[in-house]
Structure formats: C-alpha cells, structure tokens
Ligand binder design. Sequence first.
Ligand SMILES: [Zn+2]
Length: 325
Amino acid sequence: MLQKRTRKLKKRLARMLVLSMMAGIAGLGMGCRRGFGKEAQGKVKVVASIYPVYDFVQKVGGDQVAVLMLVPSGTEPHTWEPSSRDMLVLEEADMFVYNGAGMEAWAEDITQSVQNKDLMIVEASCEVELLKIDHDEDHEEDHDEEGHHHHGEFDPHVWLSPENAKIEMRTIMEALKKADPEHAEIYEKNFQAASQECDKLDAEYRAALSPYEGKHIVVAHEAYGYLCHAYGLEQIGIEGVSADQEPDAARMREIIDMAKEYGIKCIFFEELVDPKVAKTIADEAGCQTAALSPLDGLTQEDIDSGREYFSVMRDNLNSILKAFA
Ligand SMILES: [Zn+2]
C-alpha cells in the first residue's frame, strides 16, 4: 500500500513538474491567473471543470456564453486538483458546471470555499442513471454521513454514451435558461440541434456495432462502461476507472491471455496516458494498437484543429471496429 502511494505520488510529482515546465515554456508564468477577458462582457460567464462539460456548454450556449475550462487542456483529469489560484476565476463567474458522479472529487468542496454567493453550481450528470463500478480490487468505498456519492462508487464517464451526453446537455440548457432567460429560445434551439446530432451518433453506433454484441475491447482505462452498456460490449481495462495505476505483471499476463482468447485484433491506448503498456500488451498478444479517446481531456492541438465531442466519438467508432475486423 505504501509502495503504491509512493508510486502515485512520484507520478503526480513528475506530472506537476512537466506541467510547470510547459507553462513556463508557453510563457504563461505560474504567477498569472486565468480570467474572463473583455470578450466575455455581456455573456454568461461559465467555468467548466473538464473537457466534455466544457464542450457541451459551448454547444448549448453558443455565442451567448464565455466558457473557461478549469483542468488545463492536455491534462489527464482524474488525478488533477485545482490550486487556490485556479479557483479564483470562480469569483467572477456566473456559473460553474462540473460533470459530477465522482469525476471531480474536489468540486464538491467548492461550494464551501467560494465567496461568490451568486455562483450557480451545476452538476451535469445529475439526471443520468449512474453505473456502479465493479469493486474487484482495492478501490475504497467512500460515503459521507449524509450518504453523498464520492469518488470511487460510480463510473463518472457518463458522456461516452450519446444518450447520456444528451441528458447532460439538457441539464446545462435548463441552467442557462435560468441564468439568462432573455436568451432561452437560443439555448433551446442549440440544444435541439445537439440533441439530434446525439440521436444520429447513437444510430451510427447501433448500426455499426450490432453484429459484435457480447465482444470484448481492451482499453487504456475503464472509461467505457456506459458506451459498452449501451451497445452490448465488454471492456477490459489496462488501468481502472481512475487511470491512476499501471497493471502489475500478473494483470498484464491476464490481459494478454484474454486478448488472445477473445481473438481481439486491436488494443486501445489514450493520448493522455503513456501508451507503453498498451503497446507491450499488443506486441505480446499479436495485435495492432489504435487511439481511443475517453474525452476525459483533449490536447490544445486537438481543440485548435476543431476536434470536439461528435468528431472524436466518430473516430472512436472507427477505432472500435478495428478490434473486431
Ligand atoms: Zn477517465
């Protein structure tokens, strides 16, 4: 246990070092804080925690909102925590949207620490039916006295099913209508367009994956519970739900054996997690590798090149089909 903690700490320290170096190189300087610029004037100022909700707020809010993402792009969000400086941006925001379901363990403390009494706090996943995590290993259950759910009880990756993405966007729409009733019609219209796109995406997944019901995919971390649940697949995770622990030799062997047994043709890695382990497993099992994005985060390069929820989900579908082809 101690060894595990130390390894986790080392990993986190290394990550922090890389991040501060990147920030330095980019000339951001660790002394500056982010905030809403002049272009945010007259708009609803929204701080979104992680990429999927950031993207959904943009889709529903359109030109009426100014959105900042709290977790820096290119950062794997499961182990990220905001500094008190990161939180300052909430003091000038109208709304804070987070995914919830245990994704941002730190988000629930925000209500206590933030001074901004007008801040509207929105948990995007609050209407989604959550899936429990299979606790087969050493995950710790974590309830508080009022029975609130915390990190570790549910799978937080709800957005990977288009049906759930729609539910999150509806929750965001309702919040925006409340915060800015003057533009309610626009939010409704934007939501309807995004909602239809979700239906289209769902139909594409259904059609493409229906011949493969019951098949297994090997993924970098167990982010695909809702996707698998929606389309009748099973996931085998190289890392668990929180992507915070590399597998030991015995688990590696187990995954390689399963990949062979199930005739899996392709092992998936993620851009924000070191692909080394996935590549080793693929070599041993005689498979190819391909990227599959949990959309936990996108790199700034991806965002700048116009990638977003729907395009990444379509790329994901093409990747998934490689596991069976
Ligand atoms: Zn994840």
